[in-house]
Design a protein around this ligand. Structure first.
Ligand SMILES: [Fe+2]
Length: 172
């Protein structure tokens, strides 16, 4: 349960520039990620955020992995990490937000992987990663404000596209 509006949680993933500030630390002082994000958000009505994440362990680059983030609706987003040929295949995470009240949201995350001996170990680390990454977002989610006339910069193209896409889910 998170004390924020469900709208804030999925929309936050279209703020592509927060990733390198909030989601770069995997294991403190041991493992980190650096994101490189494409400025092309696709031709679909909803923004598609894609790029690569580079895994560093003790500041040594270990792997660069592609990812693709889809925001399907104000309550559903998926993140696919890796390719069919990646070590462990594609990891698909779904985040589902259930509005409880206007300022309370229940968030569920699901992990899908290709069945293998290796993937049976993923759930062990997944919950740790989800908790550590979401804890970085909670400060944003609970302190963000939604001005009636927001001022966007050219770096906010994905947010603007996401908000336009989401208009279909609301009455005027
Ligand atoms: Fe985030």
């Amino acid at each position: 349960m998170v004390l924020t509006s469900f709208q804030m949680m999925i929309e936050n993933s279209s703020d592509v520039h927060h990733a390198n500030y909030v989601h770069s630390e995997l294991i403190p002082y041991v493992a980190s990620l650096k994101y490189s994000i494409s400025s092309d958000y696709g031709h679909e009505p909803a923004p598609v955020v894609q790029g690569t994440m580079t895994l560093c362990v003790f500041k040594r680059t270990m792997a660069t992995i592609p990812f693709i983030l889809h925001q399907w609706s104000p309550v559903l987003a998926t993140l696919a990490v890796g390719t069919e040929h990646s070590f462990g295949g594609i990891l698909l995470t779904a985040a589902i937000c259930v509005p409880i009240r206007h300022d309370q949201t229940l968030m569920t995350t699901l992990l899908y992987t290709k069945r293998s001996t290796l993937s049976s170990l993923f759930p062990l680390g997944f919950q740790y990663l989800v908790n550590s990454q979401i804890s970085g977002d909670i400060m944003i989610w609970t302190n963000s404000q939604r001005p009636k006339r927001p001022v966007f910069t050219r770096n906010d193209e994905a947010i603007v596209k996401y908000r336009r896409y989401c208009q279909q889910f609301y009455t005027k």
